[in-house]
Design a protein. Structure first.
Length: 162
């Protein structure tokens, strides 16, 4: 980033950013219109309501113009939203907290794909299944490892050809 830009990275509650900490103190000295920044952040993050969302605010020191980059919440948080649960299993090998459908896993994978180091949707689905495994979540009624084996074998390939 060049010397004429200031970058502020933080986490905000989806759709509920405020001019208070952490944004206000970090952006106040830049002279940017804090109300506009907060409004734009809330507009861009409202689909993640109830979740912590990583954001990056890039301010041009000279013009005081800004741009906002919105990340996606962690995969575990997206899984919990799909399952309408507050937390994962304390004993994921023995205690199952819920079951995801293939479509739910694909939706999460598509939301996370750009922030993951994966080459395609199938790889992203495998990664999300790994997160589900550590949380005590089954996929299509199967343990996550079994689901991953089926994905590797090509059983679910028709779902990835959208």
């Amino acid at each position: 980033m060049s010397d004429d830009k200031i970058v502020v990275e933080t986490m905000v509650s989806g759709g509920k950013a405020t001019a208070g900490p952490p944004l206000g103190p970090a952006l106040g000295p830049t002279g940017v219109n804090l109300g506009q920044v907060v409004s734009k952040i809330n507009e861009l993050t409202k689909k993640f309501s109830g979740l912590k969302v990583p954001i990056k605010v890039i301010v041009d020191k000279k013009t005081r113009e800004f741009e906002i980059e919105v990340g996606t919440p962690p995969a575990a948080a997206l899984i919990l939203v799909e399952l309408k649960k507050d937390k994962g299993s304390q004993a994921p090998n023995t205690q199952i907290i819920g079951n995801l459908t293939i479509d739910q896993v694909i939706n999460i994978a598509e939301a996370k794909k750009n922030s993951m180091f994966v080459r395609d949707l199938k790889s992203a689905v495998m990664s999300i299944a790994g997160t589900a495994l550590s949380m005590g979540v089954t996929i299509e009624g199967k343990k996550a490892k079994e689901f991953q084996e089926e994905v590797r074998a090509g059983k679910w390939d028709s779902h990835f050809e959208k």
